[in-house]
Design a binder for this molecule. Sequence first.
Ligand SMILES: Cc1cc2nc3c(=O)[nH]c(=O)nc-3n(C[C@H](O)[C@H](O)[C@H](O)COP(=O)(O)OP(=O)(O)OC[C@H]3O[C@@H](n4cnc5c(N)ncnc54)[C@H](O)[C@@H]3O)c2cc1C
Length: 523
Amino acid sequence: MPVAAGSRGNPYDVIIVGAGATGGWAAMRLGAAGMNVLLLEAGPNRPRASPLRARVDSILQSYVQPFLPGRKQREAKLRELARRQPIQSLCYAWAGDPAAFVDDLDNPYVATGEPFHWFRARQVGGRLAVRYHGRRFMRFTDHDLRAATREGGLDWPVSEAELSPHYAHVERRVGWWPREDNAAERWLKRVLARAWPGRGTVPISKVCPPDLIALALRTGRVTLQSGAIVSHLELDPGSNEVNAVALIDAATHARREVFGRRVFMCASTVETTRVLLNSCSARYPDGIGNASGVLGRHFMEQVHVYAQLRIPAGQRDTWLPPLPIDLFVPSLCETTAHAKGARFGVQVMSGRVFATRDLQVCLSSFGEMLPRPENRVTLSATQKDRWGLPVAEIHYRLCDSEKQLIRDQRRFLTSLGAADLAVEIEGPDKPLGYAIHEVGTARMGADPGTSFLDPYNRSWEVKNLFVTDGASFVTSGYRNPTLTMLALTERACAHLLESSRSHAEARPTAVAKPVRAPAVVEP
Ligand SMILES: Cc1cc2nc3c(=O)[nH]c(=O)nc-3n(C[C@H](O)[C@H](O)[C@H](O)COP(=O)(O)OP(=O)(O)OC[C@H]3O[C@@H](n4cnc5c(N)ncnc54)[C@H](O)[C@@H]3O)c2cc1C
C-alpha cells in the first residue's frame, strides 16, 4: 500500500507556510523545478477576479457606484461587517473586498507602545490578492541595503548588484516594465519641480501580477491545503532540523502534523515570527533556531504621511489629458550628493479631474525606519486567538529621529504651498501600520551572533528552515517592499536548488519523481 504524501514515511520535499506573495512565488519556483511541495494556507481559497475584472470593478466602485441606487443599504452592510473588523475596516482597500481581510475578533493582537494598525489578508493569494492592492513594485537600491553604513548597525548581507538578476527575473514574470512619463505626468512634474527643485521624479510602473498560486498548481508538483493554520514547527533533536509542521483545521479545530524535508516560512512578517516563537523545544526555549536571541527583534514599518493636493482648473496653463498619474519622488540623499538626511520618498498618484476640472492628486510619503532591538514582536502570555494560539504582541516606540522624520515629511509636503499649490495633510498623524510594509524580526546577516538567517535566508541554526518574507529584512527602506521580498525568495529558491543539485550529482542513484496532477485540498 502506498504511503500517504506528507506522512512521516513519505515527506514532502518542501512545506511552505502561507500562500501569499512570497509563498506563491516559492511554490511556483520549487514546483517547476520538480520538487514535491505542500503549500499550507490558513485562509480560504476564494474565487479571484482576473486583473482586468478587478481594474474595471475598481473604476466602477470609485466613479459609478456612489451614484447608483442602494447606496444606503451598501453602507449599512459595510457598517455591519466592520463590527467584526474594527481594525481591517480602516484600511483603504477594505470596503472593496472585506472578505479578503481577517476577522479581528477571531484574530486579535496586542499593540503596546505606539498604536499599531495591522492590516492582514487571510486567503489563498494573501495580501497580493486583495482587490485594491497598490501594485507598485520598486527595487531597493544600495542606499537602502547599506543604511547601516550611514547610520550604524547591521548592513544587509546582499548588495543591489547581487539582487539585480533576481529582481529582473521577478519583474519579467510579474510583467513589470519601465515606462516613460505620460503627458499629464510631464505637466505635473514641471509644477512639482517649481516647489521641489533638485528632486528627481520618476514614473512608477504598476503591475498586474499573475496568479502565482495558479501557476504553482500548474506545475503538477504542488498540493495546496487551504484552511490549514500552522501552529508551530516540531524540531527533531537528533538532526536539529524541523521534521514536522503542526497545523489546525480552521473549520473543525482538528490538529494534525505533516512531514517535509524543508520548511519555507512565508506567512508574512508578524505571522511568521509568531509561528517561530511558538515553536519551542528544550534546545530552543525562546523560539526555534533562536540561539542569538534576535528572533522577534528589530521590527519595523515605514512612517507614513498622507496629503491631498488640489490644483484648480484656473491655475492650469494647459488642457490636461485624462491619463493616470503615478510618480515617485525619491529621497534627497539619492538624487543629490547628501550622504545622510531624512530618507523618505513621495508617491504622487491617482490624478482625478473633477466636474469642476480641478485636479486632485494623492501624495503618499513613506519614511525609512531603522532597526532597534527593543521594537519587537513577542507572544502574549494571556491572550489567545479563536484556535487557542497565543496572539502576537507588537511593541513599538517611535524614537526622536523617527518623530523628526514625520515632521520632515509633513514640512516637505506642505512646502508645496510656497509654490501656490493647495495641499492638505490628512491628519492627525496616522498610527503605525498604514504603510502596510511591516518587516524585520528574523533578519538575515553575515554573523550568526547578530542575525537569525544566513545570507540566503536559511536559519543559521536549523538548516532545513527558510524564512523569505519581510521578516528577513535588515532595514525597512522607504520603497514598497514586496518586489524585494519576491527577489529574496527567488534567490533563496535558486540557491537551494543549486545546492540540492550539487548534492544529487554527488549521489548518482537519485531518480526523478513522476509529475502528479495539480492538487487542491479543501478543508
Ligand atoms: C491594500 C494593500 C495594498 C498594498 N500595496 C502594496 C504595493 O503597492 N506595493 C508593495 O510592495 N506592497 C504593497 N502591499 C503590501 C504587500 O501586499 C505585502 O508586502 C506582501 O503581500 C507580503 O507578502 P507575504 O508573502 O509576506 O505575505 P502575504 O501576502 O500577506 O501572505 C501571507 C499568507 O500567509 C497566510 N498565513 C498567515 N499565518 C499563517 C499560518 N499560521 N498558517 C498558514 N498560513 C498562514 C496568510 O493567510 C496569508 O495568505 C499592500 C498591502 C495591502 C493590504
